[in-house]
Design a protein. Structure first.
Length: 93
């Protein structure tokens, strides 16, 4: 049975020599930005995030959306109850 290539001494020697060459050629800089760092927004991004008064009349308001959702839920329950009632009445006759 053949040994895995990653466990062979030849592979280990090659890996250690190649990794030492890479670090010897160019050291890793410490000022590389990483993922969780905050980057300040530019002028264009800030302008895009500002509230536009021309679009204010098209914005849906939270309370009216909640009310419409509740009305829709009530109408759905009423429709299902009516259908169920009709099915029961038809089944009994």
């Amino acid at each position: 049975m053949a040994a895995p290539l990653s466990k062979s001494p030849l592979f280990n020697a090659f890996r250690s020599s190649s990794s030492s060459q890479k670090t010897a050629e160019r050291p890793l800089p410490n000022n590389i930005p990483r993922r969780n760092y905050h980057i300040e927004l530019g002028a264009r991004e800030k302008a895009l995030l500002e509230e536009d008064p021309a679009l204010k009349k098209f914005r849906s308001y939270k309370n009216s959306v909640k009310a419409a959702s509740k009305i829709g839920n009530v109408l759905t329950v009423v429709a299902f109850a009516a259908c169920g009632y009709q099915l029961v009445v038809r089944a009994m006759t």
